[in-house]
Design a binder for this molecule. Sequence first.
Ligand code: C2E
Ligand code: MG
Ligand code: MG
Ligand code: MG
Length: 289
Amino acid sequence: KAKERGGNTFQLFTESMGVKYEHALHLRNKMQTAIEADSFEVYFQPYVAANSNKIIGAEALARWPQADGSFISPAEFIAIAEQTGQIVPLSTLIMRKAFAQLAKIQHNSDFVMSVNLSVKQFQRENITQLVSSLATEFNVPLHRLQFELTESVMVDDAQQVFTELAELRTIGCQIAIDDFGTGFSSLAYLNKLPVDVLKIDREFTQSIYTDPASQTICKAIISMAHGLNKHIIVEGIETTEQADFFKRLGCMGLQGFLFYKPMPFEQLDNLLNPSDSKASVSSFPPEKE
Ligand code: C2E
Ligand code: MG
Ligand code: MG
Ligand code: MG
């Protein structure tokens, strides 16, 4: 009987792998078409200064719209794009769109645009060269660009990535570690890493009032970051209680659905320039004196 079950389990395992493989293959081909047709879009999720709730920047997030109006989740297609290497051309597309929009944000001269990078890109191309040539093409100042990487950069052969990150910083860009706390990085690395910002993962943010260990971990991360002269941006804030907790701990930036969801550029632009919409609103109807 045990043997029978073992055999079944094995069969189920291979079947589900086959289905997954087929699905991944299908998505890969579909993605190739979408890259060539330039049908990827970028949404922007603002983040705010913890001490003023004012928007200080936004994160560019890839969106893949479908014919029926739905979107395929980045959690799904980014993973496949990283496996197939399609993340390299895809990232260039995303970067071009993000930079083109950033160039339109003229009045907020301190506004920062954050772009996610994949470790794959560091293995395949010279990121600093790509960034500086795109920044020149779209006329965006390098100091208004921030690049987010996950902790996996510290796990793999790190030296080349470190050098590249240091170069990006030398030309004026900021570096953030994304989803901080979820990886397996050695804390000893943090001191050597050329980074400016740690983004606390929403897994911690969202469990501070359900899991006491999360509070302890967040406090430790924040005090360590401050001791090493790095800023904190907290991801995934959904409640005012969560926001207050991190404000009290002196975090610099807050990001999450409580403040803003990812949005098309037009919406971000309206948020940053409320004067445009106010002007038209205040004339209809005319105010009484
Ligand atoms: P990420 O970089 O950690 O981005 C944050 C994700 O959390 C986004 O999901 C965002 O919509 C979501 N989020 C933000 N605030 C909240 C909140 O309060 N509650 C909840 N439940 N979720 C929140 P999204 O857009 O689905 O992206 C998922 C991941 O895909 C990103 O995680 C990033 O790792 C990757 N990704 C997205 N766009 C790109 C890209 O252009 N390049 C690369 N390399 N990766 C990307
Ligand atoms: Mg990110
Ligand atoms: Mg993140
Ligand atoms: Mg995250």
